[in-house]
Design a protein around this ligand. Sequence first.
Ligand SMILES: Nc1nc2c(ncn2[C@@H]2O[C@H](COP(=O)(O)OP(=O)(O)OP(=O)(O)O)[C@@H](O)[C@H]2O)c(=O)[nH]1
Ligand SMILES: [Mg+2]
Length: 403
Amino acid sequence: MVLYRPLRQAALLLLPFTTLLLLTYVYYQPYDPKPFQNLESHGTSGVALAKSNNTVKAAFVVLVRNSELDPLRASMRQMEDRFNHKFHYPWVFLNDDEFTEEFKAKTRGLASGETLYGKVEDSMWGYPEWIDQTKAREARERMEAEEVMYGGSESYRHMCRFQSGFFFRHPLMLQYDYYWRVEPGVEFSCDVDYDPFLLMQEKDMKYGWAVTIKEYESTIVTLWDTVKKFMKEYPQHIVPKHDPDSLLPWISNDGGESYNLCHFWSNFEIGSIKWMNSPAYMDYFNYLDKSGGFFYERWGDAPVHSIAAALMLKKDEVHWFYDHGYFHNPFGHCPREPEWVANEKCLCNPKDEERAFGKLIPGLELILIVRNVHKLDTHWYSCTPQWLEVTGKKRTDYLITTR
Ligand SMILES: Nc1nc2c(ncn2[C@@H]2O[C@H](COP(=O)(O)OP(=O)(O)OP(=O)(O)O)[C@@H](O)[C@H]2O)c(=O)[nH]1
Ligand SMILES: [Mg+2]
């Protein structure tokens, strides 16, 4: 006891110094500017990363109507719970109408980051002067009669054109380097315990996706011909087709003669705002826009973005967010790491055989064949197997692990 007391006194005296020393050590740990291990490594451990220092200029972007508040809130809740409560990235909401006070209050209340609300002006959501509106109306009527999905909708066309060529240059978006697109009603079913924006920034990647599918040909009849003319006129923007880094074989099975309809499903996208604002992408969008296909046909932003990425980006600039659980009616993606479901990292079940379809898809065979929506990655309707073949990667190469 006699010996113990002076020891205890000494320990109490030293405690503040040791605490101070420890805190100083932690604070001055050097920042590792390259937190991601080599993405090119084909080892099964995938990509590893350190914790985010959250310095990326990035935001979620949601084009949405006031009427979609409830499904939007459900998606926001999941995004916050799965990812953003640790990172607090801002949310940017865009609308061709004014947002209501109710919409603002009920989204602000869910967001762990700042919320911004922007009106899309007519210059980004109207007919350009070179469009013949009678021809556009006739096209809608014809496509409606042919039961092309959204073929008769005018607003859908404005939406697709906005998503193809304008959202990234909306004044609210120009302050950011990266965006993550979210739609009302989508589901995020796995914990994301790393920062995808930081991954993109560190690896200088320009485009990230979760699901690939094939486009309805009837919506893009002249798109590829227009793209071919663009490639001839602007060869400086195109990755040469014999370059081993070219992604052309992913979208064309015959060296660029025709389009195989493969595209990234753009309702999930993590992308570079700088790339979209680049002369290459802008020349491409303006060229397509001048041809009128957004109105005379029904070109979707998914094939438009995907063709741009496949022609103008190199393999390593495009990333599959394989480790994200994602669902947009009627398709989804669930990582096939069994222990991720067991340990509650993921709620989706990779073994799911059934999923209720919320709405009818034209072409009943599609509903019957694509029953197994969470296994879409390996289905004929998916273009992910071709992606792995073209890039020479395995799904496990896309696993991001925490060091
Ligand atoms: N403000 C506004 N947003 C729209 C309009 N049309 C679509 N959007 C939004 O644009 C995004 C894409 O539209 P969707 O209707 O989901 O199109 P889609 O994903 O091809 O089709 P769905 O299968 O219906 O989801 C969603 O975030 C919508 O909320 C519109 O007229 N005004
Ligand atoms: Mg949608």
